[in-house]
Design a protein around this ligand. Structure first.
Ligand code: 5CA
Length: 160
């Protein structure tokens, strides 16, 4: 079930995608897409096909780090720290909002107020189609892993 008009945040994400010349369409669903499990249930896809955009925080530099992970994977923080050369911690809701401009549960892979170092979970590359959040806990869009790499310039790595 999609609504005709997108909410403000979802519209913002749609504009970013269109501005990049991508044929991606944001859809707003009646059901919650706040978590990867809820998003998969609402869409009717595997949880592993959900590209969850997670924000971490560099403990020394205080920089935001974006990890786009498969919905089934838990990010191994020590491994991620070794990869980027800095110890990392979890971001709280305020930090997420400050870095991305979006609320937890709706953080998209692109269109953030602060461009961030981006890591892409290699496990996402095996799927023909994946789904990402689009600005609200009810908005998502479908894309390919190739599109995800192009739009974010992210580094593909093992994150789990
Ligand atoms: N819309 C869905 C899938 S498209 C979504 O955004 N899923 S998510 O997994 O990327 O976003 C939820 C994530 O936000 C959780 O995995 C968790 O890492 C983070 N999170 C949830 N609650 C909090 C909180 N209170 N503080 C910090 N991070 C949180």
């Amino acid at each position: 079930m999609m609504t005709d008009e997108l909410s403000k945040n979802a519209q913002k994400v749609q504009e970013v995608l269109s501005g990049m010349g991508l044929e991606c369409h944001v859809v707003e669903l009646a059901d919650s897409t706040r978590t990867a499990q809820e998003a998969a249930d609402a869409i009717g896809c595997e949880v592993a096909q959900i590209a969850k955009s997670l924000i971490f925080r560099g403990k020394e530099t205080d920089k935001g780090i974006l990890v786009i992970a498969s919905g089934v994977n838990r990010v191994h923080e020590k491994r991620l720290g070794r990869l980027i050369g800095e110890k990392i911690g979890k971001a709280d809701a305020d930090f997420v909002r400050q870095q991305t401009g979006f609320p937890i549960g709706g953080v998209p892979p692109v269109g953030h107020v602060q461009p961030m170092l981006t890591i892409i979970d290699e496990d996402l590359l095996q799927y023909e189609e994946i789904w990402a959040a689009a600005g609200t806990p009810h908005a998502v869009f479908k894309l390919t892993p190739q599109h995800l790499q192009e739009m974010t310039g992210g580094q593909v790595a093992t994150v789990k």
